[in-house]
Design a protein around this ligand. Structure first.
Ligand code: ADP
Length: 613
C-alpha cells in the first residue's frame, strides 16, 4: 500500500507541476501582452508631449543661450504626462547638451542627485545612447527600476528632434504602482497563490507588482522551465519569467512550492484514508469469515486430533457456519460415529480373539500332553514290536530245527531204511513231508518278515541281468506247474537289460509272485511272465488267469497277515506275509510292487525296478 501511495503521490506531483507550468506560462503571456499595451500607450503620450510646439520652441530658444522662462503653457504641457500615481514626481525638459530648462513636480536635482536623469536609472541605458532613427521619429527609453525609500521608481526618457537634429530630451520620473489591469488579470487567471515581480535584468533589483522593493531571495537557481528560489518570508518558490520588449526588467511569476504538493497531499490523504477504510473493512470481513469458517474448521481440526488420540465421544459444533462447513461437520460427526461403532466392534472382536487364543492355548497344551502321551505309547509300541519281532525270529529259528528233523526222518522212512513201508504208510509219509514243507515255508516267511521288521536284512545292490533271472525261475516252480497242469510262458527282455537290485531278493520276490499265481489259479490256467522297459525303468509282470482279487481288497493284500477270502474251513496255504515281504524287499531296492486284477479273470502283479545304466 505504501508503494502504491508513493507512486500515486509522485504521479500527482508531476502532473501538478506540468499543469502549473502551463498555467504560469499562459498567465505570463497575457500579462506581457497587457503590460506591453500600457507601455506603448505611455510611450505614445511621451512622444506626443515631446513633439508639442511649446516644447520645441522652448528648446530652440534654449539653444541660442537665452534664459528660458518656464511659462504656464509649457508647464501645462509637461503636466499632461503626470498620471495620478506619479503625482509629485518630476517631468523635466533638458537640452541636448545636458541643461535642465524646465520642470514640473518635485525638484529632484538637489535632493537625489546632480546626475542627469538617464544616469539615475543606475545601469539603465543612457539617454545619450538613445539612437535617432532614420525616420527621425522619437524612440522612448525606459530606465531600470530603483529604490527610493519605500517606493520603486524608474525614468522614462524621450529624445526630442527638430528637423532631424537632436535638440533635447523630455524625462519623467515614474513610480511602479499597482496596475489595475495587471492585478485583475492575475486574480482572474491564477486562482493560486501567485505573485508577480518586476526584476531588473542588469542588477537583479526586484519590485513587487504594487511598487514595493522586494528583498532578494536567499538562493535562486534556474531550471529548464523557469527557476526555483528560496525566500526568507515565503520559503521555497517555483517560478517563471517573461520578457517585455522595450523595458530593462522582466516579469517574474512565483508561487510557493508548497502549493504544488498541497493538492496531491490532500488527494493522497484521501486515498490513504480510503485504503485504511478498505483495510478496516477487510479486517472486519476476515474476522467475520474466520468466525464463520475458520473457527468451525479449527474446531474440526481439534476434534480430529482428539479422535486420533482415541476420544471418540468428541463431536464438532457448526452452528452459524456456512452450509458447506456445516455439511462437512455433519459428515465428520457421522464418520466419527461410524468409527466409534467400528472401534467398539473391533474391541469386542479383539476380546473374542483373545478368548479364542486362550482356548487355543489350552487346546494346544492338551494336544501337547496328548502328543507326549502318544510319543510314550509309540515308544512302548516300538518296544513291543521289537520284542515281537525278536520273539518271532527266535521262535522261527527254534521251530526250523525240529521241522527239518521231521522232514529228514520222513524221507528216511520213505526210503525204507527202517523197513518196508506199505502204501498207506507211504501216503502218510508223503503228507507228513508236504506238511513239513508247508510249515517250513511258513516259518521261513515269518522269519523273513521278522528279520525285515527288525531291520536285519542286508542288501547287495548290483546290476542284475534280467534275462538270466527270468529264465531260471521255471526250475523252482516246475513241479507245481506240472501238478496243476498250468501253462507257463516267459517273454524276456532284450539280453542287455539289467536292473539295479539284490539278485537273491529279486529272485525271492518273483518266486513268491509265481507261487501265489500258481496257488490262486485253477488247474488248466496260464501264467505268463513278461518284461518291458519304460522311461529308465524295467517292469516285470506276472499275469495269471486265476481267481482274481476284489477291487475293495486290492489295497489290503500287501498288509502283513492279510489273506483275501480267507475261510476257516478251506484256507489257502500261507499266512498272508508273502506280498508284504515282497513289497518291503522291492521298496528297499528302490523299486515298487503293484497289482491290477479282475475278480474271476485273473491278476497281474508288476515289479518295477530301476534300469541299470
Ligand atoms: P498267502 O500266503 O496267503 O498267499 P500272500 O501275502 O502271498 O499270502 O497273499 C495275500 C493274499 O493275496 C492271499 O491270501 C490271496 O488272497 C491274495 N493273492 C495273492 N496272490 C494272488 C493271486 N495271484 N491271485 C489271487 N489272489 C492272490
Amino acid at each position: 500500500m505504501a508503494l502504491m501511495l508513493t507512486l500515486t503521490y509522485r504521479a500527482l506531483v508531476q502532473t501538478r507541476e506540468e499543469a502549473l507550468q502551463a498555467r504560469l506560462s499562459g498567465i505570463l503571456k497575457i500579462l506581457v501582452q497587457a503590460a506591453g499595451g500600457s507601455t506603448n500607450a505611455r510611450a505614445k503620450l511621451l512622444r506626443q508631449v515631446g513633439s508639442d510646439s511649446v516644447v520645441h520652441r522652448t528648446l530652440l530658444a534654449a539653444r541660442t543661450g537665452a534664459p528660458v522662462v518656464a511659462d504656464t503653457a509649457l508647464k501645462l504641457t509637461l503636466a499632461k504626462l503626470v498620471a495620478p500615481a506619479d503625482s509629485g514626481l518630476p517631468v523635466e525638459l533638458w537640452t541636448a547638451d545636458g541643461r535642465r530648462v524646465a520642470f514640473v513636480g518635485e525638484d529632484v536635482r538637489d535632493s537625489v542627485s546632480t546626475l542627469r536623469p538617464e544616469l539615475r536609472s543606475i545601469k539603465g541605458t543612457r539617454v545619450s545612447e538613445v539612437p535617432v532613427d532614420s525616420t527621425g521619429s522619437d524612440s522612448v527609453q525606459f530606465g531600470a527600476l530603483y529604490r527610493s525609500g519605500p517606493r520603486v521608481l524608474f525614468w522614462a526618457v524621450v529624445p526630442i528632434n527638430h528637423l532631424g537634429q537632436r535638440i533635447g530630451y523630455l524625462a519623467q520620473q515614474r513610480r511602479v504602482s499597482p496596475n489595475a489591469n495587471v492585478t485583475q488579470v492575475l486574480r482572474d487567471l491564477s486562482g493560486e497563490e501567485v505573485r508577480l515581480y518586476f526584476r531588473n535584468v542588469t542588477d537583479g533589483f526586484t519590485s513587487s507588482v504594487d511598487g514595493k522593493p522586494v528583498i532578494a531571495p536567499i538562493s535562486r537557481d534556474t531550471t529548464p522551465t523557469g527557476f526555483v528560489a528560496v525566500r526568507e518570508d515565503g520559503g521555497k518558490q517555483v517560478g517563471m519569467e517573461g520578457r517585455l520588449p522595450g523595458v530593462p526588467y522582466i516579469f517574474s511569476l512565483e508561487t510557493p512550492a508548497a502549493t504544488l504538493v498541497m493538492a496531491p497531499r490532500a488527494t493522497l490523504r484521501r486515498i490513504a484514508l480510503l485504503c485504511l477504510l478498505l483495510l478496516a473493512a477487510a479486517i472486519i470481513a476476515a474476522w467475520a469469515l474466520s468466525r464463520r469458517i475458520v473457527r468451525p474448521l479449527s474446531d474440526l481440526t481439534t476434534a480430529a486430533s482428539a479422535i486420533a488420540r482415541g476420544d471418540y465421544d468428541r463431536r464438532v459444533q457448526s452452528r452459524d457456519a456456512p452450509e458447506e462447513v456445516d455439511r462437512l461437520a455433519d459428515s465428520f460427526n457421522r464418520m466419527v460415529s461410524e468409527v466409534q461403532a467400528s472401534q467398539h466392534e473391533l474391541a469386542s472382536q479383539v476380546e473374542e480373539a483373545q478368548a479364542t487364543a486362550e482356548e487355543l492355548e489350552q487346546t494346544n497344551l492338551q494336544l501337547q500332553e496328548a502328543s507326549e502321551a502318544a510319543a510314550h505309547a509309540r515308544d512302548a509300541a516300538l518296544l513291543a514290536n521289537q520284542a515281537k519281532s525278536d520273539f518271532l525270529a527266535v521262535m522261527s529259528h527254534e521251530l526250523r530245527t525240529p521241522l527239518n528233523a521231521i522232514g529228514g526222518y520222513a524221507d528216511i522212512l520213505q526210503m525204507g531204511i527202517y523197513g518196508e513201508v506199505n502204501e498207506a504208510q507211504n501216503d502218510a509219509l508223503v503228507r507228513i513231508a508236504r506238511s513239513q514243507q508247508t510249515l517250513l515255508s511258513l516259518i521261513n516267511d515269518v522269519l523273513n518278515f521278522a528279520k525285515l521288521e527288525a531291520g536285519q536284512v542286508r542288501y547287495i545292490i548290483t546290476d542284475v541281468p534280467l534275462r538270466a533271472v527270468l529264465d531260471n525261475l521255471e526250475e523252482f516252480i516246475a513241479p507245481q506247474l506240472r501238478d496243476k497242469e498250468l501253462g507257463y510262458t516267459v517273454q524276456p527282455c532284450d539280453d542287455s537289460v539289467a536292473v539295479r537290485a539284490d539278485a537273491e531278493k529279486l529272485q525271492q520276490i518273483l518266486i513268491n509272485l509265481l507261487s501265489n499265481a500258481i496257488k490262486y489259479t485253477s488247474a488248466g490256467g496260464r501264467i505268463d511272465v513278461s518284461c518291458e522297459v519304460l522311461n529308465g525303468e524295467v517292469r516285470v509282470n506276472v499275469a495269471d488267469t486265476g481267481i482274481g482279487i476284489a477291487a475293495d481288497r486290492l489295497d489290503h493284500i500287501f498288509d502283513p497277515f492279510i489273506q483275501v477270502g480267507r475261510a476257516l474251513n478251506r484256507p489257502h496255504e500261507g499266512v498272508g506275509l508273502g506280498l508284504s515281504i515282497s513289497r518291503d524287499l522291492a521298496a528297499a531296492m528302490g523299486g515298487r510292487l503293484s497289482v491290477t486284477s479282475t475278480l474271476g479273470e485273473g491278476s497281474v502283479f508288476t515289479l518295477t525296478l530301476a534300469r541299470s545304466t
